[in-house]
Design a protein around this ligand. Structure first.
Ligand code: KIV
Ligand code: ZN
Length: 515
C-alpha cells in the first residue's frame, strides 16, 4: 500500500520550553535542533520570536544552523509578532510562520474580549500578512478542542482562503477524548469547502493523559501533521510525545496508512539531551525512552525474550537508539576521537579554544573514571558550556568536612564578578553546608524548588548529575552540574542556577492576554 506522509512538527523548543523551569539558552536550542534535524523531523518550532531578545536570537540561530528541516516561529495573530517571526526566520533555508488566535467561546469572551466576527477578521489579516512575508504559513485555532464546530469551519475556511497551508486544531487544555476529537477533525475536513488546499494538523496537551491517543485518533481521521515534543515536554502536563507517535505509526503499519521520515535511532540520544538541558528527568517507565522501557525483570519474561525476542518485545531497543552502554572513549583517546564522537552526538564547538577546554576536562574526567560513555560526554559539554557562560559567580575551590556524629562544615572560595570571596557554613549535610556557604556570599533571595541527583551511568565511579531549580520573583531557572564527586556537582549546579537567574529576562507568554 502506498503510504501518505505524516508531517512531524516538533515543538520541544517552543511549547516544551513553556514548562516552568525548562527555558533553554540559544546554544542549547541549536544543539537540540541539530539532533532533531538529524532525526529528520520535518518542522522544528524554534520559539516565539517576539517573546524577548533572547528568544528572537535563538530562533534566528536555529534558522541559520538547520538546513534539512523547516524552521518555524510562533506568533500571535498580531502584526508586530508576525514581522518579528519573519525577521528571525530570515536565515532559514525553509521557514514557516505559525500564527494563532483563540476560537473557543470561553477564550474569545474572557481572554480576548472580542466578538467572533472580530476574531475571524484578525485571523485573516494575520494570515495574509504572514503570507506576504513567507510562503509557508500555519494557522492555529487556539482551544479548538472546546470550540464550536460551525465557527471552526468558518474560521478555517477563511484562513485557508487567506493563504494558510497548514491548519492546526489544538486541544490546548487537554480536554479532548479520542473518538470525539477524531470526529471533529473528520467533520472539518469534510465540511470546509477548501480543506483540500491545506494539511490538517493536531496539537494535543496531556492533561488527561490522552495526548498521544488523541493525536493518533486524529491521524486516523485524516490529520497529516502531528505537533509533539521529545519526552512529551510542554505546558502543564505536556504535549504528545514525539517518540510515542513515531513508534506507534511504525510499529503498527497494519493500522496506520501513513509513514514518517523519522530515523528512530536518534530518539534516545535526543531524549537524553533534552532531559539534560532542561533538567526534567525521564520517568523510568516512560514508553520508548524510559530506562525500563525495554528491561525485563520477571524471570518468565526474561526466559521468553531469550528464547524468542518477540515473545515480549514489540520493538527493538537498538532501533530507537538504546545500546548497552558501549564504552566510547577512555584515558588514551585523543582529541580526534573526542571530536568525532561529539560530532556523532550532534555536538560541535564554535571555536577550537572551546573544544580544547572541553578536551582538558575530558582528560581530567578520564583520570577519575576509566570508561567514558556518551552520557558522560553530554554532561561534560553541558557543564563546560554553563561554566563558560557564567559571568556572575564562579566556583574557585571548595572543601567539605563530613564525619560521623559531627555537623558537616563547608568552606567555599567563589569568584564574584572578578573578586575572590571566602565563606564557610555548617549544614545538616554536606550539600546543605555548601549551599549555605554560597548563599552567605551571594544572598540571592531565591527559593530552592528542586534538588535532584542522578547517576549518569552505572557503577560507583559514575558521575553524579545534579539539577537545581531556583525561583525568584516569578522566574524559574535550572542549573545543572556533573562530577564524580556529587557534592562538587551540587555546588556547580547551584552556581549555574544562580548565574541563570542573573541573566534570565522577562519573556512574553504567547498564550497570555497579549491580544
Ligand atoms: O496549545 C496550544 O494551543 C498552542 C498553540 C499556540 C498552538 O500551543
Ligand atoms: Zn500547546
Amino acid at each position: 500500500m502506498n503510504k501518505e506522509h505524516l508531517v512531524i512538527f516538533d515543538t520541544t523548543l517552543r511549547d516544551g520550553e513553556q514548562s516552568p523551569g525548562a527555558s533553554m539558552t540559544r546554544e542549547e536550542k541549536v544543539r537540540i535542533a541539530l539532533m532533531l534535524e538529524k532525526m529528520r523531523v520535518d518542522v522544528i518550532e524554534a520559539g516565539f520570536a517576539i517573546a524577548s531578545e533572547g528568544d528572537f536570537e535563538a530562533v534566528k540561530a536555529v534558522a541559520a544552523a538547520v538546513k534539512d528541516s523547516t524552521v518555524c516561529s510562533l506568533s500571535r495573530a498580531m502584526e508586530a509578532d508576525i514581522r518579528r517571526a519573519a525577521e528571525a526566520l530570515q536565515p532559514a533555508a525553509s521557514g514557516r510562520i505559525h500564527t494563532f488566535i483563540a476560537t473557543s467561546p470561553i477564550h474569545m469572551k474572557y481572554k480576548l474580549q472580542m466578538q467572533p466576527d472580530q476574531v475571524v477578521e484578525q485571523a485573516v489579516k494575520a494570515v495574509r500578512l504572514a503570507r506576504n512575508l513567507m510562503d509557508d504559513v500555519e494557522f492555529s485555532c487556539e482551544d479548538a478542542g472546546r470550540s464550536e464546530i460551525d465557527f471552526l469551519c468558518r474560521i478555517v475556511e477563511a484562513a485557508i482562503a487567506a493563504g494558510a497551508r497548514t491548519i492546526n486544531i489544538p486541544d490546548t487544555v487537554g480536554y479532548a477524548i479520542p473518538e470525539l476529537y477524531a470526529e471533529q477533525i473528520r467533520q472539518l475536513i469534510e465540511r470546509v469547502p477548501n480543506s483540500d488546499q491545506a494539511i490538517f494538523s493536531v496539537h494535543c496537551h496531556n492533561d488527561l493523559g490522552l495526548a498521544v491517543a488523541n493525536s493518533l485518533a486524529a491521524v486516523q481521521a485524516g490529520a497529516r501533521q502531528v505537533e509533539c515534543t521529545i519526552n512529551g515536554l510542554g505546558e502543564r502536563a505536556g504535549n504528545a510525545a514525539l517518540e510515542e507517535i513515531v513508534m506507534a505509526v511504525r510499529t503498527r503499519p497494519d493500522v496506520f496508512s501513513v509513514e514518517t521520515r523519522i530515523e528512530p535511532v536518534h530518539i534516545v540520544p535526543t531524549s537524553r539531551l533534552v532531559s539534560t538541558v532542561t533538567g526534567f528527568p525521564v520517568q523510568p517507565n516512560k514508553a520508548i525512552v524510559g530506562k525500563n522501557a525495554f528491561a525485563h525483570e520477571s524471570g518468565i519474561h526474561q526466559d521468553g525474550v531469550l528464547k524468542h525476542r518477540e515473545t515480549y518485545e514489540i520493538m527493538k531497543a537498538q532501533d530507537v537508539g538504546w545500546h548497552t552502554n558501549a564504552i566510547v572513549l577512555g584515558k588514551h583517546s585523543g582529541r580526534n576521537a573526542f571530536r568525532t564522537r561529539l560530532q556523532e552526538l550532534g555536538i560541535s564547538f564554535a571555536t577550537e579554544q572551546e573544544l580544547n577546554n572541553a578536551f582538558i576536562l575530558f582528560k581530567q574526567l578520564a583520570d577519575k573514571k576509566h570508561e567514558i560513555y556518551d552520557e558522560d560526554l553530554q554532561a561534560l559539554v553541558t557543564d563546560t558550556r554553563a561554566a563558560a557562560a557564567a559571568e556572575h559567580v564562579q566556583l574557585v575551590a571548595m572543601e567539605v568536612q563530613s564525619k560521623t556524629g559531627e555537623t558537616p562544615l563547608a568552606q567555599v572560595v567563589l569568584n564574584v564578578e572578578g573578586q575572590e570571596q571566602n565563606a564557610q557554613a555548617e549544614g545538616s549535610g554536606p550539600v546543605d553546608a555548601v549551599y549555605k556557604a554560597i548563599e552567605s556570599v551571594i544572598s540571592s533571595g531565591a527559593s530552592l524548588e528542586l534538588y535532584s541527583v542522578n547517576a549518569i551511568t552505572s557503577g560507583t565511579d559514575s558521575q553524579g548529575e545534579v539539577t537545581v531549580r531556583l525561583a525568584r520573583g516569578g522566574r524559574i531557572v535550572n542549573g545543572l552540574g556533573a562530577d564524580t564527586d556529587i557534592v562538587i556537582a551540587s555546588a556547580k549546579a547551584y552556581i549555574n542556577a544562580l548565574n541563570a537567574l542573573q541573566t534570565s529576562v522577562e519573556r512574553t507568554h504567547p498564550q497570555g492576554t497579549g491580544i
